[in-house]
Design a protein around this ligand. Structure first.
Ligand code: ZN
Ligand code: ZN
Ligand code: FE
Length: 750
């Protein structure tokens, strides 16, 4: 006989972990208890050694969505053997840190929904302790039904019995519901008039989808827009109405076999699709896939997800085809969550509305992952992941970090960890800024936070910077401005728990530099105390500044101008016509409205424009993505990018540009030019790393969303014996900036 005290960490709260512990303890005839504590679960078990060993083995192998990261066991004196119980949680202040993420329908619930005769047959809101809404319905903590948007639905007798039965899969499942007592669905026409309820609403919605109509669906974390993804005209119509020209749409597939018929699927990608987070996974589409071209123009990739609520499953299974499933908004505003808001904002887009009466407390987008050289990496962290911690940190202060401007998110550093919020979208609209402010309020309340420091970007005009200045004043906190690319590198250090010096390649779109110019092709030496800019791309000018983001030819003009002004002038006239071309040329010549930049993202744009990938991009990085896909089909040797001796070291792209132009003019295939460009950058990375010979290399910034560049850079550097770190749980793009700000500000204060 023995008694063990166990502390379990991992994903162990809000996922049915305590009933699981209860069942296995009882199964092995053990005495003791299990209890939720702040951010962890405490267990005491007493019994025969064999039984304890068997219990520990099963405990460590807890199934998703639960995940055991660590079990710390200590021997304890035996006590009277009381039967195993679930003890009530510690005082509420101690369990505040528990805020579970929304989880996709589990296999058991899927089976119930699909089985005629079951109480919840075809019920769109079926869930249990292992699945269902969480973060999107929580109003305050601790996480109990009375503090969720399910509070208005009184449990029927059958649901109440399940809720109270410790042996039931729905023991203490806060959003528990059934057709008798839970939320319902109904269908409205475009004018907002109800036309059907329940099953009839589902049937009609499916008929509309299959006849090419656009459906606004009130989903889990907000309204989404759906249409038949095999119908090119329907997809085009959605693009026109949503004013989204080319950015790929995510697709909802009925099941895994349908995905397999449309895309190549590796083991890791399949696992990501099927996981409880059920993100959108970027996959390579197979030729002949039944997917309309307008879904992802000019891209060999499609973003695919499987149904994560019974409502999505019922719709897409009945439609029996892939559906476009994109967030319900105009351009990049936050999603609509309320029906009235949706009717107003989406009325001109949708032909009908399928809605329900379970309020959505906060918008939560679909997450996005893709497989990289190191396994799956999260590019947009939202549903299923938020608001879970992404890093452990030993920090003397609490920090609230407000992120960047595009792909906004916030992070909170306190009590030894950094928690990252859901993706908040680009802070370009007043509604997006309001969402940022609301998320700050949420985090301060949920995590009982009293930040000593508010961190933000160095950019004076980011909306997040202005909010930070105001919030810091209100909270009486210090403000800490963290340079954008420093934050990119620090985010990766935070994820990997590294304080030792690293060499960071922050290859990015644009960010405000410490010298007031626009940075983006940076090599930084970063340690806990701060950073030093040791190398950067040679500067060039962007005529029209931010407009270059959507017009890659402006970057190309700036680049060519820095090498050969006359050639740039001719190019300006060819591309923009005599009048506009002349304006652009004189802006460059007189250095008016043409900020100096070292941006790698704009270098990508410039090269893409020079190999003639088109005059305009409908979203940032679009043309760089096309360049990557082009390069996959080509072969080419690297072009020279020598170092200019200076401090910081200048990476001189001019010889590369010369080689590019001469090969292009000789008629070398565009794919080969694109391949040479990618090879040049990977080779440049290796030479930079070799020059500084650091213990560790970190890759950060939006350019490393480019899988070809990331893979080649890692391979080259590792072949020479350098250790390379990339982020996987923190987005490599600006969605991860808040984590880096929190990390840098916490260390700067230490
Ligand atoms: Zn379930
Ligand atoms: Zn019920
Ligand atoms: Fe960035």
């Amino acid at each position: 006989m023995a008694r063990l005290g166990l502390i379990v960490r991992g994903v162990v709260q809000g996922v049915g972990f305590r009933p699981f512990v209860y069942r296995i303890a009882r199964a092995h005839g053990l005495a003791g208890f299990v209890q939720n504590q702040r951010g962890r679960v405490a267990i005491e078990v007493q019994g025969e050694r064999d039984a304890l060993d068997a219990f520990l083995a099963e405990l460590g192998a807890a199934e998703a969505p639960a995940r055991v990261d660590e079990i710390v066991a200590t021997e304890m004196p035996e006590t009277d053997a009381e039967p195993f119980v679930i003890r009530s949680s510690e005082a509420s202040s101690e369990v505040r840190a528990t805020l579970p993420a929304d989880l996709a329908t589990c296999a058991d619930c899927q089976r119930e929904v699909a089985t005629p005769g079951e109480r919840r047959y075809r019920y769109p809101f079926t869930n249990c302790t292992r699945c269902g809404p969480r973060y999107s319905i929580v109003e305050s903590l601790p996480y109990d039904r009375a503090r969720t948007s399910m509070k208005g639905f009184a449990l029927c007798a059958a649901c109440a019995a399940e809720y109270a039965n410790v042996a039931d899969r729905r023991f203490h499942a806060q959003p528990i519901a059934c057709p008798k007592c839970g939320p319902r669905i109904w269908l409205l026409d475009a004018a907002g008039v109800e036309v059907a309820r329940d099953d009839a609403a589902l049937d009609q919605a499916v008929r509309l989808l299959c006849s090419g109509r656009i459906l606004a669906l009130r989903g889990l974390g907000g309204f989404q827009l759906l249409c038949d993804a095999t119908d090119d005209a329907a997809v085009q119509r959605l693009r026109e109405r949503k004013r989204r020209e080319q950015k790929p749409f995510a697709l909802l597939f009925p099941d895994l076999s349908a995905v397999r018929a449309a895309a190549k699927l590796s083991f890791d990608e399949e696992r990501a699709l099927m996981g409880p987070e059920a993100p959108i996974v970027l996959l390579r589409r197979t030729p002949g896939a039944r997917v309309a071209p307008a879904v992802a123009p000019d891209s060999p990739l499609i973003g695919v997800m499987l149904p994560y609520t019974p409502l999505h499953a019922l719709l897409v299974e009945a439609a029996a085809r892939a559906l476009v499933c994109t967030s319900g908004n105009l351009s990049e505003e936050p999603m609509a969550t309320d029906l009235d808001d949706a009717l107003e904002r989406l009325g001109a887009i949708a032909d009908a509305f399928l809605t329900h009466d379970r309020p959505i407390v906060r918008p939560v987008d679909d997450s996005l992952v893709r497989l990289g050289p190191r396994g799956t990496a999260i590019l947009r962290r939202a549903r299923g992941f938020a608001p879970q911690p992404v890093a452990k940190i030993d920090a003397p202060v609490a920090v609230l970090a407000l992120g960047a401007h595009m792909k906004g998110s916030i992070a909170l550093c306190q009590r030894g960890e950094i928690i990252l919020s859901q993706h908040l979208g680009d802070l370009e609209s007043p509604s997006a800024v309001r969402l940022l402010e609301r998320t700050i309020d949420d985090f301060l309340a949920f995590f009982d936070a009293k930040p000593d420091v508010v961190a933000c970007d160095l950019h004076p005009d980011y909306a997040s910077t202005r909010v930070a200045e105001r919030i810091a004043g209100e909270l009486g906190a210090r403000i800490c401005r963290v340079q954008h690319h420093h934050a990119h590198v620090a985010a990766v250090m935070a994820e990997h728990g590294i304080d030792d010096p690293v060499l960071g390649l922050a290859w990015d779109g644009t960010g405000f530099g410490s010298d007031g110019t626009v940075w983006g092709g940076e090599v930084l030496r970063v340690n806990a105390a701060g950073f030093e800019r040791v190398a950067a791309l040679r500067g060039f000018r962007l005529p029209g500044g931010d407009r270059a983001m959507r017009e890659p030819r402006r970057s190309a003009l700036g680049l060519v101008h820095a090498m050969d002004p006359e050639r740039a002038e001719a190019l300006a006239e060819e591309w923009f016509g005599e009048r506009d071309g002349h304006v652009l040329s004189s802006m460059l010549a007189q250095e008016i409205g043409s900020p100096l930049t070292s941006s790698m993202g704009r270098l990508f744009d410039a090269v893409a424009a020079l190999v003639d990938l088109g005059p305009r991009a409908s979203f940032e990085g679009q043309i760089a993505m096309q360049l990557e896909h082009l390069a996959e089909r080509g072969r080419g040797a690297p072009w020279p990018i020598p170092f200019e001796a200076s401090n910081p070291l200048r990476l001189d792209w001019r010889p590369m540009l010369e080689a590019l132009l001469s090969e292009r003019d000789r008629g070398v295939d565009r794919a080969d030019l694109a391949a040479s460009f990618h090879a040049s950058l990977a080779e440049l990375a290796l030479r930079v790393v070799g020059h500084f010979s650091p213990a560790r290399v970190v890759l950060g910034g939006g350019c490393f969303q480019n899988r070809l560049l990331e893979t080649a850079t890692i391979e080259l550097c590792e072949r020479e014996g350098f250790s390379v770190l990339t982020p996987r749980t923190v987005p490599v793009n600006d969605g991860g900036i808040a984590v880096g700000q929190a990390w840098a500000a916490a260390h700067a204060a230490g």
